[in-house]
Design a binder for this molecule. Structure first.
Ligand SMILES: [Zn+2]
Length: 271
């Protein structure tokens, strides 16, 4: 069985607003680069991957268009049924930049930066998706047991549920209202690790806790108004999606440090 002892240090856990770092190349693949440490969140838990650039010592710049976690180890931690621990993160290089990999080798230093606006949007979208889910948990607890999956994009998020009974218009409205009440209260969003492993992580808001290893913003207020829509995906499958009417994303925390978006910060955006 294939065994990889390398493990990429995931800096987005210790600081969700860190957008660049210098690191050492641990492997150069045919179309990807592996680093000792990264700020790039790999696709996982429904959240899309970060994209960004690797700056070489030579001054050349290599774009990466995807990040993926590989060779994780299956583990059994209560509450985390499908978790993969450790592993490496591969930064998949833009096809046009693949020839530049010839100038890169294991041990080289690079500066990695992520697309900050995309990360801010993904973190906001991901946080909003939890509020949608909390709404469903109150309005249709039967659906929670049949969650088929989720997809978190920069401009919105969706959940699929395997339920025979469709969501009524009133139920969709009730879910939307509950989600927006969380936003209006502007409470803190916390993330922290399970004592057994840094990869087993929790999301928490107003004493609601869920297992989640994604990236989030530090407060519900900057989400603005959430619009919830329902779509039938055929017999026995319902989709709820959320979008944001206010798109005044605040990326300042990435440049100023670790405070995270503050309540009201994005309220007066006119852009
Ligand atoms: Zn989450």
């Amino acid at each position: 069985m294939l065994s990889i002892s390398r493990c990429t240090e995931r800096l987005y856990y210790s600081d969700a607003f860190l957008y660049q770092t210098s690191s050492t190349v641990t492997k150069v693949g045919s179309d990807y680069v592996e680093l000792a440490a990264t700020v790039a969140y790999p696709e996982g838990g429904g959240q899309e991957a970060d994209v960004g650039t690797l700056e070489l010592v030579s001054g050349e710049s290599i774009r990466f268009i995807h990040a993926r976690k590989m060779y994780g180890k299956r583990a059994t931690i209560p509450g985390f049924p499908d978790i993969q621990l450790d592993g490496v993160i591969e930064h998949v290089v833009h096809p046009d930049d693949v020839p530049l990999l010839a100038g890169l080798k294991t041990g080289d230093e690079v500066q990695i930066s992520i697309d900050v606006l995309r990360r801010a949007q993904l973190s906001l979208s991901h946080t909003a998706s939890h509020l949608l889910y909390l709404g469903v948990a109150q309005v249709r607890p039967d659906a929670i047991d049949w969650t088929l999956g989720c997809h978190i994009r920069p401009d919105g998020a969706r959940f699929d549920f395997g339920v025979e009974q469709r969501f009524s218009l009133d139920e969709v409205r009730a879910v939307e209202q509950i989600a927006n009440e969380f936003v209006a209260r502007g409470n803190a969003v916390l993330t922290y690790a399970h004592p057994e492993h840094i990869d087993a992580r929790y999301w928490e808001c107003e004493a609601h806790t869920m297992p989640c290893g994604g990236t989030h913003i530090g407060n519900t207020a900057p989400i603005g108004r959430i619009a919830v829509r329902r779509k039938s995906m055929g017999a026995g499958k319902e989709r709820l999606s959320c979008q944001f009417e206010q798109a005044a994303f605040d990326i300042a925390p990435f440049h100023t440090g670790h405070a995270g978006p503050q309540p009201g910060h994005s309220g007066g955006g006119t852009s």
